[in-house]
Design a protein around this ligand. Sequence first.
Ligand code: PLP
Length: 219
Amino acid sequence: MAFNAKVYQEISAALPAGVAIVAVSKTKPIQDLQDAYAEGVRDFGENYVQELMEKQPVLPADIRWHFIGHLQSNKVKYIAPYVHLIHGVDKVSLLDEIQKQAAKLGKKIAVLIQLHVAQEETKFGFSSDEAIELFSAAIQEKYPNIVFSGIMAMASFLDDTEVLKSEFGEAKRIFDHLAPIMGSEWNTLSMGMSSDWQLAVQEGSTLLRIGSTLFGSRN
Ligand SMILES: *Cc1c(COP(=O)(O)O)cnc(C)c1O
């Protein structure tokens, strides 16, 4: 299946003002992204640096590329020149590297702090306590080339509405808690995927990351 424009329109129409969609195109061929672009999609999400490096140069320059995967520090330099938003910052050392590469380019790079709210132990991210401790200090002064734009969270892979609600709710709580400290550019709460975006929106998401519902299931 290629890009499903009808579903994209339906989801877009169902969203409250201020909530946007990142079309998650990982593993999908260039043609699918071109189809989505032709339907007005400008925000694309990719998980793998190598794949993003192949896609970015051959697709329109006004695409906003969201890096939503687990990012290794030694690969930041490859995406730093054009990435729009790095969603999964889960380590201080990764912030250090993003700062370094952004400064080298004389630009600012926007990031989201990944918060670990799910029950699964394999998920990356800071705990709520770590996030509060780390980001309550004068973090912007330490990272002048980083724009702290908000939080990214993934809920458990469960079919339990109450659990998902409480996990998304926890991300929203930390997002709100840090908002007065982090300033005016702290405006993005990235949560909600194909299976749970409605709940995420109810709990305050401002940015959904939707893949398989739009592009078909991945191999
Ligand atoms: C793959 C991926 C998505 C999209 O998942 P779907 O279930 O296909 O919508 C969203 N967020 C992250 C971090 C992903 O890796």
